[in-house]
Write a protein of this length. Structure first.
Length: 309
């Protein structure tokens, strides 16, 4: 039986599995062809546990890290980083390990070692987590994105589905294509219609998360995210950070000033450091429930349905 904990951050929900003791569980812990299949089965909202992704907590490989977070999207692909996910992992670690009474919890990710500061209530439960997300990558070669590797892509014109947009590319350890909408278009409708094509556009060899944003003021941004490997999600932490960075790059917001990014599932507070030296994100994390699942049986049923289909 695979023990898991369901957590969410602004409605972005995850199946968290702790693999630090007892070795890897089938489908997780080490790279294997089973990862994608297991993640798809667990995230299935009708036949599995349900979630936007699976967060596997495994032993760290970097000095100073207390744990390493691996992120598996609902489609089975592995992502480098997840902003809402790392807040959930920080909450999980703090509340379950009496040794972790630290002001900052260092967690290893595909984007490097990130520090997570927790806000704790009277019950010693974590309500909010502030994450030092690191330096945004702004060059095409870092994102990665097609074109001259040493250049930025700021308000780059792109045409998809018969419509033109201007996108700004940013990596927060994972690639983002941010589009600011000045008209009255519904952001979710735009994301649903054009997000899939931009996600898989030839400019992005590792695909891209796609953000459609409306700036209400230099300190408030409305945002809908088409998340790579997931589709529309209620929130995306790295997407909120990338959008705040893009807003600063295009003169819509200022660095060193808190920006409230309003997503479908809630609000994240993002501050872009001067000279783009780093980005801080703060937001909630909530535990939903704990449970166990027979992963082998779940995979068997998934394969049977696939054979019937």
């Amino acid at each position: 039986m695979l023990k898991f904990t369901k957590l969410e951050g602004c409605g972005n929900d995850f199946v968290v599995v702790d693999l630090r003791e007892g070795g890897p569980v089938s489908g997780f812990g080490v790279p294997s062809p089973d990862n994608a299949e297991a993640a798809r089965a667990l995230c299935d909202r009708r036949f599995g546990v349900g979630g936007d992704g699976v967060l596997a907590i495994v032993p760290p490989t970097l000095d100073g890290a207390l744990a390493r977070m691996r992120v598996f999207n609902a489609d089975g692909s592995e992502a480098e980083m997840c902003g809402n996910g790392i807040r959930c992992v920080a909450k999980y670690l703090y509340e379950r390990d009496a040794r972790l009474r630290l002001a900052e919890i260092p967690i290893e990710t595909g984007a490097g070692l990130l520090g997570c500061g927790v806000t704790v209530d009277k019950r010693r439960k974590v309500s909010h987590v502030a994450v030092e997300m690191g330096r945004p990558r702004l060059l095409r070669g870092e994102i990665p994105m097609a074109g001259p590797a040493s250049e930025r892509a700021v308000e780059q014109e792109i045409a998809v589905g018969g419509r033109g947009f201007r996108l700004t590319a940013v990596s927060m350890g994972n690639p983002h294509a941010v589009i600011f909408v000045d008209g009255a278009d519904d952001l979710r409708a735009l994301a649903e219609q054009y997000g899939p094509a931009i996600e898989k556009h030839e400019w992005f060899p590792k695909k891209a998360n796609v953000e459609f944003a409306r700036v209400h003021s230099p300190t408030e941004i409305e945002l809908v995210v088409w998340e790579r490997g997931c589709g529309i999600t209620l929130a995306c932490g790295t997407g909120a950070c990338a959008t705040a960075v893009a807003a600063c790059l295009t003169g819509r917001a200022k660095t060193a000033s808190a920006i409230a990014v309003r997503l479908l599932g809630g609000t994240l507070d993002v501050t872009v450091a001067a000279e783009y030296a780093g980005v801080t994100m703060r937001g909630p994390a909530e535990e939903v429930f704990e449970g166990e699942v027979d992963l082998a049986s779940l995979l068997g049923r998934t394969r049977s349905r696939g054979a019937v289909a």
